[in-house]
Design a protein around this ligand. Structure first.
Ligand SMILES: CC(C)(COP(=O)(O)OP(=O)(O)OC[C@H]1O[C@@H](n2cnc3c(N)ncnc32)[C@H](O)[C@@H]1OP(=O)(O)O)[C@@H](O)C(=O)NCCC(=O)NCCS
Length: 181
């Protein structure tokens, strides 16, 4: 599988047919994934078939969409998928799904931070935004930890964003704090 970039514990690779069974388990897991996600990266109202999954992989690769699969570096195990949807020269929307077996192990926080960094520094984005359900307390906690701030809310969603100046301030503060230890 082709690695695009890596963080401490995660390898970010191109989506791949080798992972089709992992994708299927994740996208068809309504209890842990589907109820929080409205898009192919994580869930669906009806179960996906293996043929649909192969078709999604083909289209994702063909369109050069910014969607990566995440693998645990130490074991090679599948962690989940992460994407920056519809990127332009200003911003893109973040989507992430960590498979049930790998949730609450720190991967989501690491992955979101790494993907923001990739968006700002490799894609040249100035802003990353997202929408999350009001009842998705874990996701909201993770996004805040990564520097996202709420800028709007609707009946269905909390809308959050991070702009590069906030990231710059956050990274500088972290570096300063590390330097003091
Ligand atoms: C949301 C998601 C991406 C987070 O990734 P993750 O790997 O599980 O998260 P992490 O392990 O990095 O961090 C979880 C944090 O949430 C906290 N947490 C867990 N359950 C929580 C809850 N019910 N309420 C508030 N915080 C909670 C944990 O304590 C941890 O915080 P800490 O590190 O400060 O202690 C992942 O759980 C996921 O994919 N969920 C299903 C799909 C989804 O919701 N996607 C996002 C849609 S917007």
């Amino acid at each position: 599988m082709k690695q695009i970039f890596e963080s401490d514990q995660i390898s970010f690779v191109e989506v791949s047919e080798c992972l089709v069974n992992d994708y299927l388990i994740m996208v068809n897991d309504d209890e842990h994934i589907g109820k929080y996600i409205h898009g192919h990266i994580g869930g669906a109202s009806e179960s996906y078939t293996v043929e649909q999954e192969y078709e999604w992989i083909r289209k994702t690769l063909e369109s050069k969409a910014v969607v990566f699969s995440m693998l645990e570096k130490r074991s090679g195990a599948f962690i989940g998928n992460i994407e920056l949807m519809n990127p332009n020269n200003y911003d893109a929307e973040l989507g992430i799904a960590v498979t049930a077996a790998k949730q609450d192990m720190g991967y989501g926080t690491e992955a979101v931070s790494a993907m923001i960094d990739y968006g700002f520094h490799t894609l040249g984005l100035k802003r990353v935004f997202l929408r999350t359900n009001h009842d998705n307390a874990r996701a909201i906690h993770v996004y805040k930890k990564c520097g996202f701030q709420e800028y709007d809310r609707t009946d269905q969603h909390i809308c959050m964003e991070i702009k590069d100046k906030f990231l710059f301030v956050k990274i500088t503060l972290e570096r300063n704090l590390r330097g003091r230890k």
